[in-house]
Ligand binder design. Structure first.
Ligand SMILES: [Zn+2]
Length: 143
């Protein structure tokens, strides 16, 4: 895994989404099955899920009607896992977020490190609420 915990109870570690809060007070409840209450909470929890290698969570929070949904489930899961394992998720900053009914948008900047390469990425993400759950629909790279 990209950021394997070095002992201690996982919930007491800083959340890998870089919120400054403990994992148990941040993304852990959503990873354990409670619905993330907002698009920005879902976005953070997906970032920390990537950092922790929680492939199921990434798959389960991706909108099956969106373009990010993998057509070949097994290959897609392996691709997610490889990305998680080969990347360190160093920084996350949410810039803007908005919500209009069951549609949400979150723009963010992230710093990812792969090997010796550090890359900054910015994305404008779209989310859709289905029932009580927010799902990641699609993202457009910006900047
Ligand atoms: Zn978090």
């Amino acid at each position: 895994m990209a950021e394997t915990p070095a002992g201690g109870r996982p919930g007491d570690r800083p959340c890998p989404c870089h919120s400054g809060r403990k994992y148990k007070r941040c993304c852990q409840p959503w990873h354990q099955g409670r619905p993330a209450p907002s698009p920005q909470a879902l976005m953070r929890s997906r970032f920390s899920a990537y950092a922790l290698g929680l492939v199921d969570y990434i798959v389960d929070t991706t909108d099956p009607t969106g373009p990010q949904w993998g057509a070949a489930p097994q290959a897609w899961r392996e691709e997610i896992l490889r990305f998680c394992q080969g990347t360190r998720f160093r920084e996350l900053r949410l810039l803007h977020h908005s919500q209009d009914g069951d549609e949400g948008r979150v723009s963010f900047r992230a710093v990812l490190v792969s090997g010796q390469e550090q890359a900054e990425m910015a994305e404008d993400s779209r989310f859709r609420r289905v029932g009580e759950r927010w799902l990641y629909h699609s993202g457009e790279r910006v900047g």
